[in-house]
Design a protein around this ligand. Structure first.
Ligand SMILES: [Zn+2]
Ligand SMILES: [Zn+2]
Length: 110
């Protein structure tokens, strides 16, 4: 595998050949390989030393579907700050066990 190989025909792109580099994946492609760039435009761009904007078929198809990688920085959310175990403002009420039992009398129908 070489970065110089055409993404369309897999053949090596020679410097003497008309070639274009994809803006997306930075891979090369022959102009004649489905690049969609007319020869006149290519020649003109070379002459003017202009950059031909090209996106290969793969990049064109996936450019709208590339999921943005979510940065895994949720570790900060998992950190729970120090909670004081002995908060002097909290007063615990002790409820005597069975204190509510008196209200649960069964009503007996005789
Ligand atoms: Zn090619
Ligand atoms: Zn590409």
């Amino acid at each position: 595998m070489s970065d110089d190989s055409c993404i369309h025909c897999q053949n090596v792109v020679c410097p003497r050949q008309e070639a274009l580099q994809c803006d997306g994946c930075q891979k090369w492609q022959h102009r004649t390989c489905n690049s969609g760039v007319p020869r006149d435009q290519y020649r003109q761009a070379v002459k003017d030393h202009a950059q031909l904007e090209l996106k290969c078929v793969t990049c064109t198809e996936t450019s709208f579907d590339i999921p943005k990688q979510l940065q895994e920085d949720s570790i900060a959310d998992e950190y729970i700050g120090d909670i004081p175990e002995d908060d002097p403002t909290v007063h615990y009420q002790t409820i005597e066990e069975g204190s509510n039992r008196g209200f649960r009398r069964l009503q007996l129908h005789s």
